[in-house]
Design a protein around this ligand. Structure first.
Ligand SMILES: Nc1ncnc2c1ncn2[C@@H]1O[C@H](COP(=O)(O)OP(=O)(O)O)[C@@H](O)[C@H]1O
Ligand SMILES: [Mg+2]
Length: 363
């Protein structure tokens, strides 16, 4: 279905490119022969411009056509004998130099076009690689979280089994207690819903994403991430606190990628606090917004960062953890910058580290 259409499109652009070659040479000749312009004696620059334009827009083929047409036009209109394709012997050097210049200009222009195209392709490939890397690290992070998430899901499922048994007991015997049975059934529904919510959050986070322009309710997005991290926080005895106003303006971006940034920052904070013994392990996620942007701050009371470390933490592969990848912050920074925001580490009074990122408000 698609191929004939692509072929047609391709043909259409090449017809356009060859037409440009013909038309631009005709225009150049027209201007050069326009009596008021007095360019009859110096048409070269105009013709070369036409060759350059054709090679730039269309590449080698149209460039060659333009060079050939310009050589013919030059011989016909501007080289003795005039109005003939023949070239007088005395004029041969002038003609040869023109042809060489046209070929040189055309091939330079075509080469520049080629390198610009390959640069564009490389940029596109880089963007795609970054996107798949972001996806891979997100899935790996989910893998690290698997044990605590499994625990989170298991709890409501155990509740379902216990309440199911209770429900059966209330229904058994001569005079079933319907009121109690109904309550047990309601608890089953509550727990089942909780488990399925956790699973759908995981599925959403494991998804591949593409658009950076959807409307994202940051309040809800942050809450979902915190729900997934709750088990990990409990395991490390960390208190997670969110101070996110209910009327936070929505932001523009990709919900899953933004959640990945929050997830990376929260997990880094939890990890930084896991060895702290002499103070409470506390993590605070704050958000505040104005008309233009929303700022999210993630603060922990962990081991903190010394100035040399601060310089390097956003570098790819920089890690101080035995099992670390060193990709979390580097990918988070790319994600935030691709959204038009900034991610930075900010100086903080007292122990721990504070990270801060902005995202554009959705309008
Ligand atoms: N909240 C934090 N407190 C202290 N150090 C941190 C914090 N977040 C990140 N770091 C430092 O930055 C490094 C890079 O982090 P990251 O890019 O997420 O990779 P990884 O977590 O795999 O090491 C960490 O190894 C750690 O040394
Ligand atoms: Mg990390």
């Amino acid at each position: 279905m698609h191929e004939p259409r692509l072929l047609w499109l391709h043909n259409k652009t090449s017809i356009r490119n060859y037409t440009v070659a013909g038309v631009s040479i005709a225009v150049a000749v027209g201007i050069a022969r326009w009596p008021e312009a007095h360019l009859e004696s110096a048409p070269v620059s105009l013709l070369l411009c036409a060759v350059m334009l054709s090679a730039w827009l269309g590449g080698v083929g149209p460039g060659v056509l333009a060079a050939a047409l310009s050589a013919a036009a030059f011989a016909y209109y501007f080289v003795n004998p005039l109005l003939s394709l023949a070239v007088a012997e005395r004029e041969t050097p002038r003609f040869v130099i023109f042809v060489l210049a046209a070929v040189l200009v055309g091939s330079l222009s075509a080469a520049q076009r080629r390198s610009m195209q390959s640069l564009r392709k490389a940029e596109q490939a880089l963007r795609e690689t970054q996107a798949s890397l972001a996806h891979v690290t997100r899935v790996m992070t989910m893998g690290e979280l698997a044990a605590s998430i499994a625990h989170e899901v298991n709890q409501p499922l155990a509740g379902v089994v216990i309440n199911g048994n209770a429900c059966l007991r209330w229904l058994a015997g001569e005079s079933p207690n319907l009121a109690e049975a109904r309550e047990a059934a309601q608890r089953i529904i509550r727990d089942g819903t909780r488990a399925s919510e956790i699973i759908s959050r995981i599925r959403a986070l494991a998804k591949k994403t593409s658009t950076l322009t959807e409307r994202v309710d940051l309040n809800e997005a942050i809450r979902e991430v915190l729900a997934l991290c709750r088990g990990e926080a409990r395991k490390h005895d960390v208190g997670l606190r969110a101070q996110v106003p209910g009327d936070l303006p929505p932001v523009r971006g990709d919900r899953v990628l933004i959640q990945q940034v929050v997830l990376n920052l929260v997990l880094n904070g939890i990890e930084a606090m896991s060895d702290v013994q002499d103070r409470p392990r506390e993590m605070v996620i704050q958000a505040q917004g104005d008309a233009d942007r929303v700022r999210v701050t993630v603060r922990d009371s962990g081991i903190g960062l010394d100035p040399p470390a601060m310089e390097r933490i956003f570098d790819a592969l920089y890690t101080t953890k035995p099992g670390g990848l060193g990709m979390g912050l580097s990918i988070s920074r790319t994600i935030v910058e691709n959204h038009g925001g900034r991610l930075s580490v900010v100086a903080q009074d007292g122990p721990g580290a504070t990270f801060d990122f902005t995202l554009p408000a959705y309008r």
